[in-house]
Design a binder for this molecule. Structure first.
Ligand code: ZN
Length: 610
């Protein structure tokens, strides 16, 4: 185990900010070169690490304890049972090729503990989750792959101490992969705590350790779930600072066993974003196109969009501008459209919609769209949304829909907004950003308006590209002229107020135009494809008609059946949330997930490499 020493022992030479290198209070006096500055000190984050003896120090250990108050930390007496049985050490070495020093360095223990699946106390190998000198969580695994963990522990990456002061960080998908890389000689490696299940908590709790890292090497499992996880991690961290390893075997431990580990690590790859590329970097993408055809575009799966999908779609990495005459429904339509993408692709959306404050009032129309009934009263033969519906929406939307508000009611700048979006990408893994509307953000000063708009659109398109996210931007047109019949013309992207660049710079664009009810009561809303970047995304100039349902704020495809679907139903969350309580012989309460066959299971075995 790494040693943790008092911050006061550091020779800070009266420095209080930035970073510095100095001698190590733990090892320097024992070394030949006693003046070697082997200790890295970061005053901003309050951590120090020795690159010779690997000791750590934390300045704010008191405030750290405060911070973890909401969690129930395991008993801190772990040092009492660090002795590992001959059996365990041998098994890990024979079966997993993991060296004993790795078990020691990572503070692996062996303990008797209640395993819910077996309904009794059994012997376990224990992965101790340390944050600094605090034991914040423990995961227990039996020889025959039963898992459980301590109740109420703090969710955090496993082995988080190992990346303090580092510029690079490997991310794997299980504790045994951490041990495998550590055995191989790579020590700056952390593991997601729950297999392929991604959630916000452990990212939030690990933020202070991760934010200074310059490069991430994502080395999760080589299977479907692992690939999804890889994409989600790169999404949060920003592809430009990520590389990835494709294991020849299932995972890092598999590669250690088969001997492919060195080769696999050498052949790490970059994500295609920007910069300078060699053809080799995109070799697999070329083969992917060759074998699987054109890339899949993103389109809502609700049957009411069937006709619409033939003429329009968006893709990740693209800016889409929606326009339309005020009160014709461009915001309403875009929100309904984006909510369907959130549901159908398990995405997360962040909305900057100052035009629709207060926030809670805006949420009522989103709830109507999600549930499919009116928020305020019984309408059209359907009952008003009830409290259970609201609860379900809140549960569904809480980790899917985020709102950005201007600070103190000020009009924010584009740099401020894009910084917020970047934070949200990291903290929550947001994939869709909706800005409503363009004129609610301050244009850069010191240049004329056309240049300023051009600059903002360049930033927005590159934000979408570099981060591989979907950006929707609502923009108002200039005042439109009426035709001979007294009907307003539909705006094009050239009519968007301020600059022709709205047409030239954006990847995609559309207009929403409402034909209000005449005496025959046949009003409808038209969606016009104003631009798609690639031909295979849709037909520029094509139109699709929708009927607006004023009761639930949804748009139903004209002549399409009105499916009463509820976006919040089905596949609620793919994270494993323990939801049953049991009492063990040790009187320790363990949360469990009841699975269909009546067994109890904490973590999907397939997600874990042991
Ligand atoms: Zn040292």
């Amino acid at each position: 185990m790494v040693k943790i020493f008092d911050w006061d022992k550091i020779e800070t030479k009266n420095r209080h900010s930035g970073t510095m290198k100095t001698t190590c209070p733990e090892c320097s006096h024992t070394r030949k070169n006693k003046k070697d500055p082997c200790l890295y000190v970061n005053f901003t984050s309050g951590v120090a690490k020795c690159f010779h003896c690997e000791s750590l120090s934390f300045r704010d250990s008191e405030s750290k304890i405060d911070e973890v108050k909401e969690y129930t930390l395991p008993s801190q007496t772990w040092t009492n049972y660090t002795n590992l049985s001959e059996n365990l050490v041998k098994w890990v070495e024979d079966e997993r090729r993991i060296k004993q020093f790795a078990l020691k360095d990572l503070g692996i223990t062996e303990e008797k503990y209640y395993q819910p699946k077996k309904q009794k106390e059994v012997n376990n190998i224990v992965f101790n989750y340390f944050e600094g000198d605090k034991l914040v969580n423990k995961k227990y695994r039996t020889a025959d792959k039963c898992f459980t963990q301590s109740t109420g522990g703090k969710p955090i990456f496993y082995n988080i101490n190992s990346i303090i002061g580092e510029t690079e960080c490997y991310i794997v998908e299980g504790e045994f992969d951490v041990l495998a890389l550590h055995s191989y000689g790579i020590k700056n490696v952390i593991s997601v705590p729950n297999g392929a299940n991604d959630n916000d908590d452990y990212w939030k709790n690990s933020d202070i350790y991760i934010k200074d890292i310059e490069k991430f090497i994502i080395a999760v499992d080589n299977d479907t779930k692992g690939n999804e996880l890889k994409e989600r991690i790169a999404q949060r961290l920003g592809r430009y600072r990520c590389e990835f390893i494709e294991w020849t075997d299932k995972d890092a431990n598999g590669a250690l066993i088969s001997g492919e580990i060195e080769n696999d690590i050498k052949n790490r790859k970059r994500f295609p974003v920007s910069g300078t590329w060699q053809i080799k970097d995109i070799e697999s993408d070329i083969f992917d196109l060759y074998h699987n055809g054109l890339p899949e575009t993103i389109k809502p799966k609700h049957p009411t969009f069937a006709k619409f999908n033939e003429m329009y779609s968006v893709m990740r990495g693209q800016l889409t501008i929606g326009t339309g005459i005020p009160s014709h429904g461009k915001s309403n339509f875009t929100e309904w459209y984006a909510l369907n993408l959130v549901k159908d692709y398990n995405m997360k959306m962040s909305m900057f919609t100052p035009e629709h404050s207060p926030m809670s009032l805006h949420q009522t129309t989103l709830i109507q769209k999600a549930i499919g009934r009116n928020f305020w009263s019984d309408r059209g033969g359907k009952p008003r949304i009830n409290e259970a519906d609201i609860n379900r929406y809140v549960r569904w939307a809480n980790e899917r829909i985020y709102t950005t508000l201007p600070e103190k009611g000020e009009v924010p700048t584009w740099d401020w907004l894009l910084d917020k979006f970047k934070e949200q990408m990291f903290a929550f893994g947001v994939d869709i950003f909706l800005i409503d509307a363009f004129n609610k953000v301050l244009l850069p000063r010191g240049v004329n308006k056309i240049d300023a708009i051009n600059e903002v659109l360049t930033k927005l398109t590159s934000f979408a590209q570099v981060n591989n996210v979907v950006v929707f931007l609502i923009a108002h047109p200039t005042k439109m002229k009426k035709d001979d019949a007294g009907v307003y013309n539909t705006p094009s992207l050239y009519d968007v107020s301020g600059s022709a660049d709205f047409r030239n710079q954006t990847h995609n664009g559309f207009a929403i135009h409402r034909y209000f009810e005449d005496e025959n009561g046949s009003g409808y809303t038209k969606f016009i494809n104003l631009k798609t970047k690639f031909q295979f995304q849709g037909n520029i100039g094509a139109e699709s008609s929708f009927n607006y349902d004023v009761d639930n704020s949804r748009y139903y495809g004209h002549d399409c059946p009105r499916h009463d679907i509820d976006l919040t139903l089905e596949d609620i969350g793919d994270t494993i949330q323990p939801n049953l309580e049991f009492e063990s012989s040790a009187k320790e309460i363990i949360h469990q997930k009841k699975i269909d066959n009546g067994d109890y299971d904490i973590i999907e075995d397939d997600d874990l490499p042991f």
